[in-house]
Design a binder for this molecule. Sequence first.
Ligand SMILES: [Zn+2]
Length: 271
Amino acid sequence: MPEWFVITWAGMVGAAFGSFLNVCIYRLPRNESLLHPPSTCPRCGSRIAWYDNVPVLGWLWLRGRCRKCREPISIQYPLIELLNGLIWAGAAWYWGATWPALGAAAFGTLLVGITITDARHYIIPHEFTIGGLGIGLAIAAVQGWAPLERALLGAAAGFALLYGIAWAGEKVFRKEAMGGGDIWMMTMVGAFVGWRGVLLTIFLGALLGTVIFVPLAWLTRRHPHWEHSEGDGEPGLPLVPFGIFLAGGAAVTYLVGDGLIAWYLRTVLGS
Ligand SMILES: [Zn+2]
């Protein structure tokens, strides 16, 4: 098969999964079924025909409006379909028609889903984390015992480390500093990046969070998600959608983690 064919095909499959991801992002935080009912307009309730549901193109030829009632359809839908199509096409371009390419594409899809739900609802659905853990372990298992061992160790490391951080955070701040969603997310991430990757992801996530969220939180101090401690009205801990930063760290780790870890071992630890 010519390479361009594989890349185009992967991009189309990725866009279709992006379409399903849109359904997940909308329905999972609302605890709605992913299969029923079929896609409808949230305003007029009319069924969305299959030809209007074609990834990216459907939104374009409807010019971003419901065919029946002309209610605007969020640009988030085609953008996520496009992004996911590019992730899958990129994975096929870089790894070819291989299991690692499928692993990268699935991992990217899961991270996009987690990023959007965590940013919009402060929720990391178990379908992405525990479901994604199953996908990660399965893709590792088909490649043999060594990749499966790496994935299992990574998942165990992700769970244990985040469980430890959550436990310590609760002791220090006297309240839940990190949700179960973060713990299961890093368990899933570990299955894709291995235990060294888990360490790098947490480091990069904390770094990204500090560089991006702290100035942002300071600028938007009146943000409704900024919790207040009882009594004195002093601002308490901001509720941080930490999953976003972990997702960014995980993506960087997946792409260039091995190089970063090798560089760190060589130059910083001198081994
Ligand atoms: Zn409508």
